[in-house]
Ligand binder design. Structure first.
Ligand SMILES: Nc1ncnc2c1ncn2[C@@H]1O[C@H](COP(=O)(O)OP(=O)(O)OP(=O)(O)O)[C@@H](O)[C@H]1O
Ligand SMILES: [Mg+2]
Length: 209
């Protein structure tokens, strides 16, 4: 049985594709067969990321929905779905039916946290039934300033409101941007903070599978 993790958010540019690619890399490094499906037809950043990786690739397949073979899908331990920002309500409902877990990345600014709350409200409402969208939704705080307590504070506040938040804070490091430019993973870029960035991703991956 594969575990299907969908990544979505109310706002664009919060770090969905960065998380999708890096989590897929972390699962792969841990020996879990992983597939990343890029369902962001408009931007296709995961696909483009993989294209920049060239022949060597990223170590796991990045596919369009049309390229997905049901057999391969069933054989994978982890299936990650990268989606476009601002999904339509209908798409969200479909996503919550297909996924075992919906990950909602969010920055820690008040504005970003508010749009994340809105999305969670919808998913909680949509998920009244046994396959509840709410119960299988988790916020992951990302682009968290490495200095100060903004990440910890946001996590505690959201939890006080009854929302489920990953323990791991994915901190803001230039290594992720470099990785995107080079078509590789933060683990593999030459950067003083590459190792700490990768440690965040590995920790998050262990919370999820
Ligand atoms: N943890 C991080 N630290 C530093 N930069 C980050 C981090 N996560 C994402 N970024 C940067 O933020 C920008 C947006 O990230 P990304 O493309 O992953 O977001 P997205 O949610 O997939 O966007 P879209 O809605 O357009 O698909 C990129 O420049 C990326 O390098
Ligand atoms: Mg994206």
């Amino acid at each position: 049985m594969s575990r299907v993790l969908a990544i979505t958010s109310e706002k664009g540019g919060v770090g969905k594709s960065t998380l999708a690619v890096h989590l897929a890399g972390a699962f792969t490094q841990r020996g879990l067969s992983t597939i990343l499906i890029d369902e962001d037809g408009r931007v296709g950043s995961s696909l483009r990321w993989a294209a920049r990786a060239g022949e060597e690739g990223l170590g796991f397949p990045v596919l369009t929905p049309d390229d997905v073979k049901p057999k391969k899908l069933a054989a994978a331990a982890a299936v990650l779905i990268d989606t476009e920002g601002r999904p339509k309500r209908k798409e969200l409902r479909r996503l919550s039916e297909r996924a075992d877990l919906i990950l909602v990345p969010s920055g820690v600014s008040a504005l970003e946290l508010d749009s994340t709350r809105e999305l969670l409200d919808f998913l909680l409402e949509a998920g009244d039934g046994a396959n509840g969208g709410g119960r299988k939704t988790r916020i992951v705080l990302t682009r968290v300033p490495p200095v100060g307590h903004a990440g910890e504070d946001a996590r505690e506040n959201l939890r006080d409101e009854g929302l489920t938040v990953c323990n791991t804070l994915v901190r803001q490091y230039a290594a992720y941007q470099k990785a995107a430019e080079l078509g590789t993973l933060a683990r593999d870029v030459r950067d003083a903070r590459a190792a700490v960035a990768w440690a965040d991703i590995l920790a998050l991956s262990r919370e999820l599978l």
